[in-house]
Structures are given as C-alpha cells and as structure tokens.
Design a binder for this molecule. Structure first.
Ligand SMILES: Cc1cc2nc3c(=O)[nH]c(=O)nc-3n(C[C@H](O)[C@H](O)[C@H](O)COP(=O)(O)O)c2cc1C
Length: 291
C-alpha cells in the first residue's frame, strides 16, 4: 500500500504523531512518504491512502492547513484518507476534524478514520504548558495512541471522531473563540508579538519559523502577517524573551516543544525524500499534486 502523510507542526506534537504512524506503516510494508504543508507536500499518483495530522488552534485547524486542503485538486479516483488532530485537551478539538473532513469530502477523498490525540499544550503566550515530566507522560500516551490508530487503519477498522462541545466552556465561549481566532486572530495577533530586553538578537526565531514570518530588523525580530501563531519562536527562544501584548511575559512559565523534534533539520530538508522503502523515482514532487 502507498501511504502519503502530510502534516503541520509548530512544536513537534503533530510531527511526532504522524512520524509514529509512518513507522508503523513502514513496519507493515507500506511505501510511505511524510511531508509538511510548508515544504513540498508529496501526494503520489499511485497513493492508496493519504493521512493528515494538524494541531488544533482555537477549536479549528491552522489557516495554513485549511488553505492547503482547499488548494488540493479534486481527486479523480476514490482514495481513502485519515485525519489526526493533536490537541492540548482532546475534549477541546472543536470543529477541527469536521472542518478538515468537509473539505476532504469535497475533494473526493473518503475519510475512513479521524481522531484527536492529546499532546502537551504549547500555547505558552496564553497558557502554562505542563512541566517537562508531565509533558513526557502525555507524549508517551499520545505516541501509544498513534500506534494503535495506525494499526486500526492497517487492519481496516474505521473510526470517526464525534464532536462534543468542550465541557469546560460555554457554547457562546466556544463559538466566540472559534470565529474570533479564525477571522480575526491569525490575521491580527502577529502584531501583538513583543520581545523584552533579554533578547540578544541571536536570530534563532527567524531561522526556526516554519512559515518564514520572522525577520530580524535592526537586530530585533519582526513578525509578518503570514504568522500562524504556532508558538515555535516563543517556546524555542533561549531567553524566553518573546511574549504577546496583553498576555504578559512568559518568564517563569513552562515552555514546551516535543523533545525529539528537530525543526531546523526538518526545515532544511528542501526536498522531502520518500523513505527507505519508498521508490523515489515514482514519487511526484509537486506542490498540491493531483492523483
Ligand atoms: C494558537 C493556538 C491555539 C490552540 N488552541 C487549542 C484548542 O482550542 N484546543 C486544544 O486542545 N489545544 C489548543 N492548542 C494546543 C495545541 O493544539 C497542541 O499543543 C498541539 O498539539 C500543538 O501541536 P504542534 O506541536 O504540532 O504544533 C492551541 C495552540 C495554539 C498555539
């Protein structure tokens, strides 16, 4: 079976999840590719299964993922797909699966599996991520679930995540946050980034940004409106110098990124290779390629 896996990840949770699935598919003899929506996503002509893994942002999927899905061509033959969402709290995955599934259906893909995997929260500007120890145990559980999901998919066991309003917030609060972030948040929050006087202009934030939305100007980072609010810059800043206006400094908070995630390495892999068992010559390297 040919499996193409597509992800977006700010701090490594979605990468870890989909990479775990990839390993399971490989172990079971599938020819598998893994690529990011920010690079050159690979969908092969002979793909049998396309898997997506995205984080949830304020009950929806990140803008860049929505755009990617909307730009997919209409598939001319039926292809199975699955959607995995990583969330700080699996009850709070909101419309993320519904949103993605609706678009995929329009593109002619059949969603055979969808689920939410709880991973550590990374929204450090607004919340406090778990401690390192807590984070590791959440990741362990997430990885275990990802393995089980991959096996279910391989064994043809379907699953469809059922959306429930998050128990912790009112319906009004839910819709407010969802629409505010979707229509206003991503298009305006980039303006709210600030740095404190501990920033030593190391430039790491600029190098790491998955959407290339940070530029060092006069030795200080400046954010552009293509910022997805993925929190990579905030969590990787060695000085914890980045914060958002109105939220206050993040100093004293836990920071979070998935400890095995190597964003620089992932970023510099310009042409994502088909993996060891994949036959590279058969791989179509095209942005938004069709089947
Ligand atoms: C802007 C933003 C909004 C988020 N909104 C939610 C949310 O509504 N519900 C939730 O459970 N987690 C939320 N999170 C947490 C992330 O979805 C979670 O930590 C995810 O696993 C991060 O994935 P990544 O490491 O692949 O970027 C949010 C994180 C960010 C940065």
């Amino acid at each position: 079976m040919n499996v193409d896996l597509i992800y977006f990840s700010g701090t490594g949770n979605s990468y870890k999840t989909i990479e775990t699935c990839k390993e399971m598919f490989l172990q079971n003899g599938c020819k598998t590719t893994l690529s990011s929506v920010t690079d050159k996503p690979i969908i092969r002509k002979q793909s049998d299964l396309i898997g997506f893994c995205f984080p949830v942002y304020a009950f929806g999927i990140p803008r860049i993922c929505r755009k990617y899905l909307l730009n997919l061509p209409k598939f001319k033959r039926p292809i199975n797909s699955f959607i995995l969402i990583t969330a700080g709290d699996s009850d709070e995955s909101g419309f993320s699966i519904k949103e993605s599934a609706k678009i995929l259906k329009k593109k002619g893909l059949t969603v055979i599996y969808s689920d939410v995997i709880q991973m550590p929260i990374n929204w450090t500007v607004s919340m406090n991520p778990p401690s390192k120890k807590e984070a590791l145990s959440i990741i362990d559980r997430g990885v275990k679930k990802a393995k089980e999901i991959a096996l279910d998919i391989l064994n043809g066991i379907p699953h469809h995540h059922v959306f429930n309003y998050p128990p912790k917030c009112s319906k009004i609060g839910f819709y407010r946050d969802y629409y505010l972030f979707k229509w206003l948040g991503v298009s305006s929050l980039w303006r709210n980034f600030r740095i404190d006087n501990t920033c030593d202009s190391c430039g790491l934030c600029e190098k790491l940004c998955p959407t290339e939305s940070i530029q060092i100007v006069h030795e200080k980072p400046k954010w552009a409106n293509t910022c997805e609010q993925c929190m990579r810059c905030v969590n990787y800043c060695p000085k914890q110098a980045i914060f958002q206006k109105g939220e206050g400094s993040i100093k004293g908070k836990n920071i979070y990124y998935e400890p095995t995630f190597k964003p620089l390495k992932v970023k510099t892999e310009k042409h994502v290779k088909a993996n060891a068992t994949g036959n590279e010559s058969r791989v179509v390297h095209r942005r938004h390629s069709t089947c």
